[in-house]
Design a protein around this ligand. Structure first.
Ligand code: ADP
Ligand code: MG
Length: 434
């Protein structure tokens, strides 16, 4: 199945205004899992926009985008966040490291929301840095590194959550030729050895040396597709290596086990085991919601779980939600959401405190969580400053943080200040690159 498929995609900047730019024009293409592809064309032809759209950062005005066969437009906010956090890794021309934190922390940051302990995150970061030959730089700061070294850190960060798809926007644009060759070697290795799907944007023909499929772009349109090496030469990628975007659904039993413990935290093992049993039955469709709720409510010594009525109702509702959202990722995300002890990256917490310094009102837990989420996304440059501010401003019921407009501007400014690059300038670096 295609990892990414675009159907009749059009994208405009400033649509309907005098400055309107028709940046993507009726794009139809398909990128196979495990392929190494490139968007190639002159500056301004829409390459970066194409990556934005594939990354779910920008929504096309018309047309459809499918990720592993699923319509990206139909992803819930949560699924979109998950897709951005673990489905893709992005490498930037300008590296986009956070200047105020160490190299190792730049790499651990994207793992903040996966519920991995700090110790494990560090372990994994060191492993990746080691693979890229820069483990000895872990305790340094970005400004102490050369461009080539910084780009390796950028690559390590993109790999942090082991995403099946890597998007690289002019990754060698700011490197000398030796370092550029080096980065290309790495991309090739990730593709061949790890089975990663690579999508690289470039305007330099020589950097297409290992690419298998080239999409030539001009004025927002894909004008030609070239397969450089026939597919038959494509190294077979083993099943386990050709990772698909959504990890396999855990077995129903595993899911039931994880959930039961979570729902009945503090209850006895016997009660948890019994809930687990009924959950597995409900997941498998062997009992319906009504029966499920009934057995939750039934006294323990009569074969039920022995919960009081309201709690039984609430749990039954939650479980239905999880079933209807289907897929392992949604379930994992829900778990994190409900797990107060899930470790949260201290950097994100610190940044949040810092940007809220003069903010008097108290945040609700939901607001705090959303804020953490978008801080992590903004840090990784997977949302733009504008979108960051918009989400701050957007009502809670619409998935935003629900701040007043003026507050949103102030807080967004602080966020950009902490990112170092003079806000707007660093923000547009991705769009302007190339
Ligand atoms: P490339 O990466 O190939 O250089 P881009 O995708 O950055 O091209 O830009 C495609 C077109 O869209 C260009 O005409 C560019 O000026 C315009 N553009 C890019 N970003 C923005 C933006 N944020 N607002 C308005 N126009 C933009
Ligand atoms: Mg560009």
């Amino acid at each position: 199945m295609a990892a990414i498929k675009l159907e009749n995609v059009d994208f405009y900047y400033d649509r309907g205004q005098p400055a309107e730019v028709h940046a993507l024009k009726d794009v139809n293409l398909s990128i196979e899992t495990g392929d190494y592809t490139s968007f190639f064309g002159p500056s301004g032809c829409g390459k970066s926009t194409m990556l934005y759209v594939i990354a779910g950062v920008e929504r096309p005005d018309t047309g459809k985008i499918f990720v592993n066969g699923r319509d990206l437009m139909e992803f819930s906010q949560k699924e979109l966040a998950i897709y951005r956090q673990i489905g893709i890794g992005i490498i930037f021309q300008n590296f986009n490291l956070i200047p105020s934190i160490k190299i190792v922390e730049n790499v651990t940051l994207p793992m903040a929301f996966l519920g991995i302990s700090l110790e494990k995150r560090k372990e994994r970061a060191m492993e990746i840095l080691g693979r890229l030959g820069i483990a000895d730089l872990a305790e340094r700061y970005p400004y102490e590194l050369s461009g080539g070294q910084q780009q390796r850190v950028g690559i390590a960060r993109a790999l942090a959550n082991d995403p099946p798809i890597i998007l690289a926007d002019e990754p060698i644009g700011n490197l000398d030729s030796a370092n550029a060759q080096n980065v290309l070697d790495l991309l090739k290795e990730f593709n061949e050895k790890d089975g990663k799907t690579i999508i690289m944007v470039t305007h330099e023909a020589w950097s297409l040396r290992d690419v298998r499929r080239i999409f030539y772009m001009k004025d927002g349109a894909v004008i030609k597709t070239e397969v450089k090496k026939p597919d038959t030469q494509k190294k077979p990628v083993t099943e386990s290596r050709a990772r698909t975007l959504f990890p396999d659904l855990p077995t129903l039993e595993m899911k039931a086990k994880a959930m039961a413990g979570l729902i009945l935290r503090g209850y006895s093992q016997l009660e948890i085991k019994r809930l687990e049993y009924f959950l597995a039955h409900r997941f498998a469709g062997k009992i319906d919601k009504e029966v499920f709720q009934m057995v939750l409510d039934r006294p323990y010594n009569q074969g039920g779980v022995g919960l009081w009525r309201q709690k039984a109702e609430k749990i039954a509702d939650q479980v239905e939600e999880i079933i209807s959202e289907e897929g392992a990722l949604a379930a994992i995300y829900k778990k994190l959401e409900k797990e107060p002890t899930a470790p949260l990256m201290s950097e994100v917490e610190n940044i949040r405190k810092w940007i809220l310094e003069d903010f008097r009102s108290k945040l609700s837990p939901l607001q705090a969580e959303r804020l953490n989420e978008i801080i992590a996304e903004r840090i990784r440059h997977i949302i733009t400053p504008d979108n960051f501010r918009r989400i701050l401003d957007l009502g809670k019921e619409k998935g935003g943080v629900g701040f007043k407009t003026r507050t949103s501007f102030q807080i967004a400014d602080r966020m950009e200040a902490i990112l170092g690059g003079g806000g707007a300038e660093s923000a547009s670096s991705l769009a302007a690159a190339g």
